[in-house]
Ligand binder design. Structure first.
Ligand SMILES: CC(C)(COP(=O)(O)OP(=O)(O)OC[C@H]1O[C@@H](n2cnc3c(N)ncnc32)[C@H](O)[C@@H]1OP(=O)(O)O)[C@@H](O)C(=O)NCCC(=O)NCCS
Length: 245
C-alpha cells in the first residue's frame, strides 16, 4: 500500500531529476546504480496511442530476452504482429517511462476469455537490459496484482522458462506457487478480494504516474528546445567564424 509520505517523497525525487540537464542526469544515473529502488515507481496504464513505443520496446529485446518473454525466439515480424494484436479494451498494459519518454519496462495483464477460468489473468513482463535490477519487474508485478484484484481476478498465472530465475523470484516473492515441468515453469498466485485500500492505492498510483508523465513531457520539451537553441547558436557562430577575414 502507498503511504502519503512515500508519494510526496517520490514526487520530490522525480521533480528533482527532471530539472537536471540530460548530461548531469547521466552522471546521476551512474551514481544511482548503487542506491536503492525508489519507493514508488510511476507506472502508467498504456492505451492504443502507445502502440509504437510498445513495439519499439519489444524490438529492443535481444534474442535471449525475446525467448524468455514469449517462450520462443520471436522475430521482428512476430513481435509487430503481437503489438498490433494487443487488445486494450480487454487487457491492461502498464509501462515505465524514463525522462526521455522511452518505454523502459512494460507488463501485459491478459484477462482470460475462457469459460472455465473467468476470473483468471496472465502476466507477462519485460524490462530493458539497462534498467534491470532496479525493481521495475517486481513493481510492475505488484501494480498488475493490485489492478487484477480490483477487477475481480482471483487467480493470476505466469508462464516462465525454468531458467528464468528473475521472473520466478518475482513470482515466488509475491507468494505464488511455482510448478516446474522440465524447461518450463508455471506459477499461480491466488489473489485476495479487493478492499477500499487496494482501490484507493490504485487511484493514488494512477494519479502519481499521470503527473510524472506530464512532468517528463514538459521537461523533455524544455530540454529539446534548449538543445535546438544551442544548435542554432553554434551554427551562427561557425558561419560567422568562416566569414571572418
Ligand atoms: C524478468 C525481468 C522482467 C526482471 O526485471 P527486473 O526489473 O530486473 O527485476 P527486479 O529488479 O524487480 O528483480 C526481481 C528479483 O529477481 C532478482 N534478479 C534480478 N535479476 C536476476 C538475475 N539475472 N538472476 C537472478 N536473480 C535476479 C532480483 O534480485 C529480485 O529478487 P529480490 O527482490 O529477492 O532481490 C527482466 O529480467 C526481463 O525483462 N527479462 C526478459 C523478459 C522476461 O524474462 N520476461 C518474463 C517472462 S514473462
Amino acid at each position: 500500500m502507498v503511504d502519503t509520505k512515500d508519494l510526496i517523497k517520490a514526487s520530490l525525487d522525480a521533480g528533482r531529476d527532471l530539472l537536471r540537464s540530460p548530461a548531469a542526469s547521466d552522471l546521476a544515473k551512474a551514481k544511482a546504480k548503487s542506491s536503492p529502488t525508489p519507493v514508488l515507481v510511476p507506472i502508467r496504464s498504456l492505451g492504443p496511442g502507445h502502440r509504437d513505443r510498445i513495439n519499439r520496446h519489444l524490438l529492443a529485446l535481444d534474442e535471449h530476452d525475446r525467448y524468455l518473454r514469449f517462450g520462443y525466439l520471436a522475430n521482428d515480424e512476430q513481435i509487430t504482429r503481437y503489438t498490433d494484436g494487443l487488445n486494450f479494451e480487454r487487457d491492461d498494459i502498464f509501462g515505465v517511462y524514463n525522462r526521455k519518454l522511452e518505454l523502459i519496462a512494460m507488463a501485459h495483464l491478459a484477462f482470460s476469455s475462457s469459460a472455465e477460468c473467468k476470473s483468471c489473468a496472465e502476466f507477462g513482463v519485460s524490462v530493458l537490459k539497462q534498467a534491470r535490477g532496479r525493481g521495475y519487474g517486481s513493481r510492475l508485478f505488484d501494480r498488475a496484482v493490485m489492478h487484477a484484484r480490483n477487477e475481480g481476478v482471483e487467480l493470476m498465472f505466469i508462464h516462465a522458462l525454468s531458467e528464468n530465475t528473475a521472473m520466478l523470484k518475482i513470482a515466488h516473492n509475491a507468494g505464488a506457487t511455482v510448478e516446474r515441468d522440465g524447461s518450463e515453469s508455471e506459477a499461480h498466485l491466488r489473489l485476495p478480494p479487493a478492499t477500499l485500500d487496494s482501490r484507493m492505492s490504485e487511484i493514488v498510483e494512477t494519479q502519481f504516474a499521470e503527473m510524472d508523465y506530464k512532468l517528463k513531457s514538459q521537461a523533455k520539451q524544455f530540454w529539446d528546445f534548449l538543445a535546438g537553441l544551442q544548435a542554432t547558436r553554434r551554427g551562427e557562430r561557425e558561419a560567422h567564424d568562416k566569414s571572418a577575414p
